[in-house]
Design a protein around this ligand. Structure first.
Ligand code: KG4
Ligand code: ZN
Length: 354
């Protein structure tokens, strides 16, 4: 595909359907490289999945079909732009639930074909990774702690499309740990916000919980043992649930801090960025800001509403790729699995997340 860098200002429509949020957004990228958010709409499917205690892929895909075209029309109306002012269409093409991905990708391709616009296939993880470029104008390189429901990784972000993974989780992702802890505590899905709210009234030192892999030389993560320990604490009946929530959150903070510290020692990147749904957590944001300051690095985290899934980050990642001259063909596939760094070493573990 063409790789002629785009030097003018342009507008990209972004579409996100990889999990249980249907989202559409419009972003303008100025010739200077600055981003402007023109419209950002997110419809959560939470109510549809609530009775099942997690996301049901088939229900999610159907809901995306029903919502998406209306949401795109609303985003256009909100931005007061007409189709003739849109320069490209970007959609999350992976990783994620394949049914939902196909809905978003097919919709974007249909628009691209009908309007004669370029299509850009966006990696959802890359979109999380680049969000601070939109919100803070942060440039490369930086060390990224990517913490979401499906992923927990440390990556060096060297440029658009240029990622080097330093570490990953050998079992659960950080968000998954929050969701499982929430379920054990009888809280709803998604667990992160519910655990954070409950933790605010508890004692983070009340319940002794493990810090898996803390002190180990490679900065990988592990949360499965922590989940089991939370389960034992709940079953014992010896602790108040707010103390379990607070102690659990403190254990996750300690793990993330220790692992990120090791990665900072291995990276000369001048800034630390945290992104992904778990980066919405106040305790985690504060702890990592302190860590960055101690190591003399700049710190950047998107506002909480752009940490959880949205289409602004998809439009922005699309715009960054478009600016670099990257476009995709209408034969670009939706990919359930799509690691950011295809060459990263495989690590040991039960359910290694790429
Ligand atoms: O990035 P995201 O919206 O979706 C994925 O790409 O996975 O992340 C969702 C995850 C869920 O596991 C959710 O529980 C977690 O982010 N999360 C939080 C908070 N808000 C969302 N975890 C901890 N504290 C929060 N405030
Ligand atoms: Zn995400």
């Amino acid at each position: 595909m063409a790789t002629v860098p785009e030097k003018r200002a342009f507008v990209v429509l972004g579409i996100e359907t990889s999990c249980d949020e249907t989202a559409a957004a419009l972003v303008r990228r100025e010739a200077s490289g600055q981003g402007v958010l023109l419209a950002n709409l997110v419809r959560s499917q939470l109510a549809l999945h609530a009775e099942f205690g997690g996301v049901v892929p088939e229900i999610a895909a159907r809901a995306h079909v029903e919502l998406l075209d209306r949401l795109i029309a609303e985003a256009l109306a909100e931005s007061r732009l007409g189709w003739e002012e849109i320069d490209g269409v970007a959609a999350t093409a992976g990783p994620g639930l394949i049914g939902g991905l196909i809905v978003g990708v097919t919709t974007a391709k249909a628009i691209a074909l009908a309007r004669g616009l370029p299509f850009i296939a966006v990696n959802h993880l890359e979109a999380h990774a680049l969000t601070t470029g939109l919100t803070h104008g942060l440039r490369f390189p930086y060390l990224l702690l990517l913490v979401s429901g499906g992923h927990c990784q440390l990556l060096e972000v060297r440029g658009v499309g240029d990622y080097r993974r330093l570490a990953t989780t050998i079992d659960d992702a950080a968000g998954e740990a929050f969701d499982k802890a929430a379920k054990l505590l009888g809280l709803g899905y998604p667990g992160g916000p519910a655990v954070e709210a409950l933790a605010s009234t508890g004692n983070p030192h009340a319940v002794p919980l493990p810090r898996p892999l803390v002190g180990s030389s490679e900065p990988h993560f592990s949360f499965a043992g922590l989940k089991s320990a939370v389960q034992r604490a709940v079953v014992s009946g010896e602790h108040r649930s707010e103390d379990i929530a607070a102690s659990f959150q403190q254990a996750v903070v300690d793990c993330l801090l220790d692992r990120t510290r090791v990665a900072l020692q291995r990276s000369r990147a001048p800034a630390l960025v945290v992104a992904g749904g778990v980066a919405a957590n106040g305790a985690i944001r504060t702890a990592l800001a302190d860590l960055a300051a101690k190591h003399g690095r700049r710190f950047s985290v998107p506002p909480a509403w752009l940490c959880t899934d949205n289409a602004a980050m998809i439009a922005w990642a699309g715009a960054e790729r478009f600016a670099a001259g990257l476009r995709d063909g209408l034969d670009a596939p939706a990919r359930a699995r799509w690691p950011l760094d295809e060459n990263a070493e495989k690590v040991r573990g039960a359910g290694v997340k790429a």
